[in-house]
Ligand binder design. Sequence first.
Ligand SMILES: Nc1nc2c(ncn2[C@@H]2O[C@H](COP(=O)(O)OP(=O)(O)OP(=O)(O)O)[C@@H](O)[C@H]2O)c(=O)[nH]1
Ligand SMILES: [K+]
Ligand SMILES: [Mg+2]
Length: 442
Amino acid sequence: MTDQMPRDTIFALSSGALPSGIAVVRLSGPATRTVIRKMAGTLPPPRQAQLRDIKSGEGNQLDRGLVLFFPGPASFTGEDCGELHLHGGRAVVTAVLEALGAFPGLRMAEAGEFTRRAFLNGKIDLPGAEALSDLIAAETEAQRRFALANTTEAHRKLYDKWRQQLIRARALIEAELDFADESDVPGSVADTVWPEVAALRDVITAHAATYRDAEIIRDGFQVVIIGAPNAGKSTLLNALARREVAIVTDEPGTTRDVLEVALDIGGMKVVLADTAGIREAEGRVEAIGIERSLERARKADLVLLLEDMAAPHPVEIPGGAQAIRIGTKSDLVPPGSRPQDYDCVISAHTGEGLDRLLGLLREASEGFSSCIGNVLPFRARHVALLNEAAAELGFALERENDGLELRAENLRRAGQALAQILGEIDVEHLLDEIFSTFCVGK
Ligand SMILES: Nc1nc2c(ncn2[C@@H]2O[C@H](COP(=O)(O)OP(=O)(O)OP(=O)(O)O)[C@@H](O)[C@H]2O)c(=O)[nH]1
Ligand SMILES: [K+]
Ligand SMILES: [Mg+2]
């Protein structure tokens, strides 16, 4: 799978910010045994925590804590691994990291390097590594469940099934090519292979399209607040965020740039964006701000269209996005004299209607968490390769007048694209990018 196996022994603080109750320092690589023997007296039995004095290479006691040894290949990275569970003080951890760095062949791990080694040693595939990175980044319940589901090799099972279908199709084509010299062999390939290839192309295309659901779960359901100036957009953002994120004044045209907050609504990440009020702009800066509002609204999963019921100025919803019409400042307008029917009536000052609005946001977003059990592509990288695979199958289907060899080559390339998603081929150039987004110690 890779050119060379890493030989350095790496170490890092794998637990969080110091000071903490316990700090876990992790090691991986060939010198792990020697180092643990030296620091903990003897090697503990595999996978059993033992309480030891932890010493530097020169024999100075640094701490007392649990020591574990995981012999390769049955370890996270596939190499010999070790863990030192220390008291989580800054000086303790600094002393232990310094002592480790003093051993020959040992160095601090780079971001994601443990997981990278696990990948290079065949312990996990690339979607599995990407899912681990998502799991560590997860902030909401839906993100956590989705990331965890993606660590289960479900993608490998699905893509391997498709690759098997492609291999079978190519075998049938090979067989037909072998018989091509013999005059009266019926054209079995055309009858069986191409309808199957067409069906597979459609399945892959549909699968690629589900990336939208994955994006919403991972990156958040995108909600954009729009409306005329002074409709109360920034006030609503602040009320839902429960902090003063946006500037509020009674001056129309206060907000110029798009401002975002991430909310956790029923376990779903919801990104709420406040925008510049929409009107005939009075200056260049405002005009740019308004253009940004409209652009954001066009890309939104949901638009909150706010109207000040005390001073209504109708605003068009751009681009047919799904919208909730909200009448604001209900404290100023008695129910009988409201200008029209709204989906929701609120007052950010009294709090009226905010719970109902949160309920509507929850309703609009929670449906996406039901996709979590499904296998979805969850990186732009996956989608690009799926589209490439589908395109190759499309070429094979179109080239009816070309030789079977050429069409079989398209099928082979489609299979290669699927293999690339799993990280089996031609991914060296991606690894730095993928693993650098991890934290050090993972
Ligand atoms: N009475 C009352 N006043 C409100 C309410 N919400 C906002 N306001 C007031 O309306 C004015 C405008 O509020 P903003 O939140 O700045 O309105 P905006 O839509 O963000 O305005 P721009 O950024 O200029 O487009 C401020 O004086 C707010 O205090 C409300 O529910 N009731
Ligand atoms: K304002
Ligand atoms: Mg504003």
